[in-house]
Design a protein around this ligand. Structure first.
Ligand code: FNR
Length: 390
């Protein structure tokens, strides 16, 4: 088998194993996928200004993430329907993260339940909340608390679903509908199909196991529409409900970040959902430095991270850690937990090499001075990059 040496190789391997409609769900962005490409371009445009004659014989990428030591400045991002990429995908991701020494974030839309993942996890687990219905949200938060999750993430950029045209064309949805096209797609990807037949169609486990008595809640569950009315005033309600660390995900503006902290959040996750929601949104890395300078709380970032050097750039610009979305999903879809381990290892190796190359022995010593600057802030230069979704 061909040796897979970077995230792009794992992407190709995932693409080969998954049926087209499943890969498109993993990969796809909203509308014209400008945001999907722009997220990666924005990282590529940032250049290093390496320091020489620094002793980098011993390097350390350990960081503190919300008061706990992590082996690298990485977190596995919450992603829904991980079970369609690999059987028990949520558990595979949680175990790989735990063994690697970084947190794993479980999505509300997971295929293993809050409790199942808590029982199987080997490390720190965070829970990501979608507010489908206020009362359902409260039940989920209480379950996460009882199961030992240490951090709650509120995702704020999915009041309504983005227009993902690949999914619309493929007729992708839950439950998956069978057509001649999808059956043929399955036949052409026998390794994936065999896993599905052996393990069964993944379910939204947190909802399936929820004992819901009243009809209003049942209707909310059936429609699975988000509560688009959830706004700033509701943040206090959530803050009062959750006694541990609370992060707000989907933030793209400094003033919003500031407001989150004023209302009691412990940090923010700059994110545009990997370009899956609003197509022409700014890339989170474009507001990272300003946000990190403006709030006295941890700033996390995701969207577009595919290289160890992207991670180093984000930390240099002030991020506490980065969340990995598609990068680790490519590993999962390629070869399950072993694939996630490999992606994490290769990113660790790339981070290590980059630290040595820029002349910074420790990730915790990174700062914007390691980046090429023009004027007051780090500089970017226009350049053309090939489309990512070839
Ligand atoms: C996501 N993302 C996401 N976010 C979230 O808060 N809850 C969720 O259930 C999901 N589901 C989901 C599914 C898939 C297939 C993807 C690719 C992404 C967004 C995710 O947490 C993260 O913000 C992005 O993936 C980051 O961008 P990159 O790393 O994929 O470019």
């Amino acid at each position: 088998m061909k040796k897979l040496v970077n995230v792009a190789d794992f992407r190709a391997s995932a693409k080969a194993r998954l049926p087209r409609m499943v890969f498109d769900y993993l990969e796809g962005g909203a509308e014209d996928e400008l945001g999907l490409r722009h997220n990666q371009d924005a990282f590529r445009k940032i250049k290093f200004a390496p320091r020489r004659l620094v002793d980098v014989s011993v390097r350390n990428m350990q960081v503190d993430i919300l008061g706990k030591a992590a082996s690298a400045p990485l977190v596995i991002a919450p992603t829904g329907l991980n079970g369609i990429f690999w059987p028990d995908g949520d558990i595979a991701l949680a175990r790989a993260a735990g063994n690697f020494g970084i947190p794993f974030a479980l999505s509300t839309a997971s295929n293993a339940s809050i409790e199942e993942v808590a029982n199987a996890a080997t490390g720190e687990i965070w829970f990501q909340l979608y507010v489908v219905h206020r009362r359902l949200a409260e039940l989920l938060v209480r379950r996460a608390l009882a199961a030992g999750y240490t951090t709650l993430i509120l995702t704020t950029d999915v009041g309504v679903n983005g227009k993902r045209e690949r999914d619309l064309r493929n007729g992708f949805g839950m439950p998956m509908r069978y057509s001649v096209k999808t059956i043929l797609d399955g036949v052409l990807h026998p390794r994936w199909s065999l896993d599905l037949v052996t393990h069964g169609m993944p379910q939204l486990a947190n909802f399936a196991s929820q004992d819901v008595q009243d009809t209003e809640l049942q209707a909310a569950l059936m429609s699975r529409q988000m509560d688009a009315s959830f706004a700033w005033n509701d943040l206090k309600w959530l803050r009062d409900l959750w006694p541990h660390k609370l992060l707000i995900k989907g933030i793209s503006r400094v003033d919003d970040a500031r407001r989150c902290i004023e209302l009691g959040a412990d940090g923010v996750i700059l994110s545009n959902h990997g370009g899956r929601q609003l197509d022409s949104a700014i890339a989170p890395v474009e507001v990272l430095q300003e946000t990190a300078r403006s709030i006295a709380a941890p700033v996390f970032i995701d969207s577009g991270i595919r290289r160890g050097s992207d991670v180093v750039k984000a930390i240099a610009l002030g991020a506490s850690a980065v969340l990995l979305g598609r990068a680790t999903l490519y590993g999962l879809a390629s070869s399950g937990e072993a694939g996630v381990n490999e992606v994490l290892s290769l990113l660790r190796s790339e981070i290590d090499t980059t630290l040595a190359q820029v002349g910074c022995p420790s990730a915790s010593q990174l700062n914007p001075d390691f980046l090429w600057k023009r004027g007051d802030s780090f500089a970017t230069e226009p350049h053309t990059v090939d489309p990512v979704s070839a």
